[in-house]
Design a protein around this ligand. Structure first.
Ligand code: B12
Length: 370
């Protein structure tokens, strides 16, 4: 597959970069008709093989980068939440248009095997899993696509009804890692190999390895793993999380998770004392602040679960970036981090993570005195 960004898709038409820009504009302008016309043009005519190759490029080199840009522009506060939703809906429609274009080319072929693709419970980011699904179909796999937030027990019931060579689990948000771990071991206990993917699993899938799952960076990587063949787990694959993650025996994860409500409540009180203007917050502002604190404690608990301070620091610096783009200084997070550190002083791993996050927030910006 060509990765040249300026490759022309036909003799005289727009370059791939130009097409990407046009698809971005159509998505942001809520122009679904134009967006679909663009992807149809990108796939173009040809033999069955050429159409499949062009369809894969359209999914991975046109639609996926536009969707990633949606995320970047939302984070930078240059598009609204409504535009982000509309653009995502249009990109989903574009993926369906590509699938429709190749449907007849795929119908006749004998599948390489059967796989199930699903998002872990709680995970709303279905588009990445959908992209993986369509690429695997293009490459000859029969795929049962179960979509967003699939409860683990229903995933397992599905596997009993419709046996699969593998389950492909997708997760974009690291806070779903404990749930993903449960789903991985449940699928393996049912005798089905698991391949995971998506941003939640960290750089080069570092958390997948901890959880004894195969990992691939994308659909093409998953195809390679599936083609090589995955070992079927035996019945003794059933296990409790602490077998993979022995640090869980210190109970810090369970205790932080269980006391989340109390931690959020106390942190709200503490930051109100540290920042008196908060006392004048409306009910709506207080609710949003409580929600942000809930996310902070959830990510802290997740970092404790996988025993990785970097996961929490990344989340805090990401939150700081989101706030900064909206005119709120990143240092406004410091009182919350301080309050949690005080409340969790008897938990060494959580304390270490909060200290590291505080360090990341107090790093002077470029040109600022140290
Ligand atoms: C669209 C979107 C949404 C939509 C999802 C709709 C849908 N139908 O998918 C909605 C509005 C629902 C949403 C909600 C939220 N979102 Co959102 N969302 C995005 C966005 C913009 C795009 C996701 C996407 O499709 N990416 C494009 C694909 C192509 O990239 P990808 O995910 O990396 O997938 C590729 C590979 O990772 C891999 N892959 C993926 N899965 C798998 C699985 C297997 C088995 C394999 C092998 C490979 C593989 O292949 C894919 C294709 O190449 C991202 C930003 C981004 N850059 O991704 C944010 C993003 C993921 N969201 C984010 C957040 C914070 C949220 C919310 C918490 C917001 C909120 N406060 O409510 C909620 C969480 C909801 C939940 N419980 O899951 C953050 C996460 C940050 C973090 N540190 O965790 C991001 C990164 C935005 C940002 N720029 O900061 N979101």
């Amino acid at each position: 597959m060509s990765t040249q960004s300026d490759t022309r898709t036909d003799g005289a038409g727009p370059t791939r970069d130009e097409l990407r820009e046009q698809l971005w504009q159509a998505a942001i302008d809520c122009d679904e008709t134009h967006a679909v016309a663009l992807v149809r043009h990108a796939v173009g005519p040809g033999t069955s093989r050429q159409v499949r190759a062009a369809a894969e490029r359209t999914l991975l080199e046109l639609i996926a980068p536009v969707q990633e840009r949606v995320g970047r522009e939302w984070a930078a506060n240059t598009i609204t939440v409504a535009q982000e939703h509309a653009a995502t809906a249009i990109n989903e429609r574009c993926v369906s248009a590509v699938a429709d274009l190749v449907a007849s080319a795929l119908a006749a072929a004998e599948p390489l095997g059967r796989v199930t693709v699903a998002c872990v419970d709680g995970e709303w980011h279905a588009l990445p899993a959908r992209l993986v699904t369509e690429v695997l179909r293009l490459r000859g796999w029969h795929v049962d696509y179960l979509g967003a937030q699939v409860p683990t027990e229903h995933l397992i019931a599905h596997l009993h009804q419709r046996p699969a060579d593998a389950v492909l689990l997708s997760s974009s948000i690291p806070s779903h890692l404990p749930t993903a771990h449960t789903a991985i071991s449940a699928c393996q206990a049912a005798g089905v190999p698991v391949v995971v993917g998506g941003a939640a699993f960290g750089p080069r899938g570092r958390y997948a390895e901890q959880m004894q799952a195969a990992w691939a960076p994308d659909a093409v990587g998953a195809h390679t793993l599936l083609t090589r063949g995955l070992e079927r787990p035996t019945a003794d694959a059933a296990r409790l999380p602490d077998l993979d993650l022995p640090h869980l025996n210190d109970q810090e994860y369970t205790l932080v998770r269980q006391s989340k409500r109390q931690l959020v409540k106390q942190t709200l009180t503490d930051i109100e004392d540290a920042y008196p203007p908060m006392r004048a917050y409306t009910a709506y502002q207080r609710e949003r602040t409580a929600e942000d604190l809930d996310h902070i404690v959830t990510y802290l608990a997740t970092a404790v679960y996988v025993d990785d301070a970097e996961l929490f620091t990344n989340f805090i610096t990401w939150t700081a970036g989101i706030l900064q783009a909206r005119g709120v200084p990143p240092q406004s997070l410091l009182p919350a981090v301080g309050s949690l550190r005080h409340q969790l002083k008897d938990f060494p791993r959580a304390t270490h993570m909060l200290t590291a996050a505080r360090g990341a927030l107090t790093v002077p910006g470029p040109g600022q005195p140290a």
